[in-house]
Each structure stands twice: as structure tokens, then as C-alpha cells.
Design a protein around this ligand. Structure first.
Ligand code: THU
Length: 138
């Protein structure tokens, strides 16, 4: 395995582990994310649902907010896995709000690793959110 593939596989494994903590009693859809900081540290997140529904936080944003709240604002990759119950979807693609939050801190070329540990699918943030509105617009 190449160094890059090994890195992606290890991020994927961290996302799968983070998914175990998913609090999703309403949808039953469990998501895990693992965000690699420029500091080399991995920030994990899971989705956290709420009886009020709208306060729900996605796994990706949980990971970003954990990192930023610890002073880390630069990231080099993120892995996301999700699915209902025990099953992992072929690709749990980040929702629009998470794409926008990622675009605040990450370059368009940043790899977003999706899929399953057995079949990874690598996209870039720019592919997921082309023509993003960012601080460069302001
Ligand atoms: N969810 C995420 O955590 N990340 C995504 O990008 C897609 C959706 C969560 C939110 C909610 O708890 C559940 O999946 C169903 O939408």
C-alpha cells in the first residue's frame, strides 16, 4: 500500500471508530468523521441528534468544531462514513451545510475520503462544492 493509501485507510478506520459514538435515536442514521489537522492530529466526530431536530450536528461539523476550538484551523484530509444501523453506505456524502463549513477552513483540493474501508472513494472538496462562497469573496 502506498503511504497515501495507508493514510486514507487509517483516517477511514478512525471515522468508523468515531461512528460508534453516533447519537442518532431519531434517524437511526449513524455517521463518523475523521479530520486530519495540519498539526498531524486527527479530530474525530459523530452526528449528535436532538429532540428538537434542528439542533442536530453532523459528524463532519463536530470534527471541525472540535479542532477549531482547540486552535487548529488547517486541515489536509477528511474521511466520512455513514449508514443506517450497522450498515455502511457506499458513499455518505457530506450535507450542504458541512460542505460550506469545510470550505471555510479547507482548500478546494483537500481530499474527502468516502465509502467504506473495503472500497474507498476519494473526491476533493472542490468537486463536492464547486464555486464555493468563501472569505475570498468578501
Ligand atoms: N448526517 C451527518 O452527520 N453528516 C452528513 O453529512 C449527512 C447527515 C447526519 C445528520 C443526521 O443525524 C443524520 O445523519 C440523518 O440526516
Amino acid at each position: 500500500m502506498t503511504d497515501q493509501k495507508e493514510l486514507y485507510a487509517s483516517l477511514m478506520a478512525s471515522a468508523v471508530a468515531a461512528r460508534e459514538y453516533s447519537y442518532s435515536p431519531y434517524s437511526g442514521y449513524r455517521v463518523g468523521a475523521a479530520l486530519l489537522g495540519a498539526d498531524g492530529k486527527v479530530y474525530t466526530g459523530c452526528n449528535i441528534e436532538n429532540a428538537g431536530y434542528t439542533p442536530t450536528n453532523c459528524a463532519e461539523r463536530t470534527a471541525v468544531f472540535k479542532a477549531v476550538s482547540e486552535g487548529v484551523r488547517e486541515f489536509t484530509a477528511i474521511a466520512v462514513v455513514g449508514g443506517s444501523g450497522e450498515t455502511l453506505d457506499a458513499a455518505c456524502t457530506p450535507c450542504g451545510v458541512c460542505r460550506q463549513v469545510l470550505a471555510e477552513f479547507c482548500e478546494p483540493g483537500m481530499p474527502v475520503i468516502l465509502g467504506t474501508p473495503e472500497e474507498m472513494r476519494v473526491m476533493t472538496l472542490g468537486e463536492l462544492l464547486p464555486f464555493a462562497f468563501t472569505k475570498k469573496n468578501l
